[in-house]
Design a binder for this molecule. Structure first.
Ligand code: 2OP
Length: 223
């Protein structure tokens, strides 16, 4: 049975910490606080848009979350600097363990897909720039059905697009909301717990496996 792996992108394959570095040029020591607040609001906007069934592209959620974060933290960033920050999102680096693990997973016969809220053209450009696009059979975007994770319809869409069955299809993500969404939709879920302090939501769902890096994934999937 061939296992299909749906890799979440931001925070799983791609290290969004690069945004903090870009922010430091504009706002100095507040960059880490700002970057975390921005990411939280970006995701909150996608959840609200999904529930409202009032879709907009993930990049719009990202830009509007940037505006909100500036206002709520009382930090002034010029329009052209905001444009530069949005461009940063398109050229973030891959995590080193992703660079190492993906070729091995591919040569071991796993079917690899990138699966993201981001529109396919943005995600493809991001993975190309990060040097990892070549390992994936395809990019599947929730934009194709105009909704966001963790709507169960997006995981069903992934299974259709990848022609994978629920029990041989795994969602691999550093984001607990995404792992829980996939488990709730009948997929298996690998949580990438990149930080020791990370907490998995105390719901009725448990990750099928938990790894700290993507290099541990192959052995975890076969255990
Ligand atoms: C994704 O890439 C938002 O990390 C999430 O879909």
């Amino acid at each position: 049975m061939t296992i299909t792996l749906a890799f979440d992108v931001y925070g799983t394959l791609i290290d969004t910490a690069g945004i903090s570095t870009a922010l430091e040029k504009h706002i100095g020591s507040k960059a880490v606080q700002f970057s975390s607040a921005w990411r939280e609001k970006q995701l909150e906007y996608s959840f609200r848009r999904g529930l409202m069934q009032n879709y907009c592209k993930f990049s719009v959620c990202t830009r509007e979350a940037l505006e909100y974060t500036c206002q709520v933290l009382g930090i002034e960033i010029k329009a052209e600097e905001k444009d530069l920050l949005m461009q940063e999102y398109r050229k973030l680096p891959a995590f080193p363990d992703a660079q190492k693990a993906l070729p091995h997973l591919q040569s071991s016969g796993f079917r690899l897909y990138a699966f993201s809220n981001g529109p396919a053209e943005n995600v493809s450009a991001l993975l190309e720039n990060a040097g990892i696009a070549k390992y994936f059979n395809d990019v599947v975007s929730t934009d194709e059905i105009k909704s966001f994770k963790p709507n169960p319809a997006v995981y069903a869409h992934f299974l259709r697009r990848s022609r994978a069955g629920g029990n041989e299809a795994w969602l691999v993500s550093g984001n607990p909301f995404d792992v829980i969404g996939a488990l709730s939709a009948g997929m298996r879920g690998a949580w990438v717990k990149r930080m020791k302090s990370a907490v998995f939501d105390p719901w009725e769902f448990e990750p099928t496996v938990t790894v700290e890096t993507l290099t541990e994934l192959e052995s975890a999937l076969q255990s």
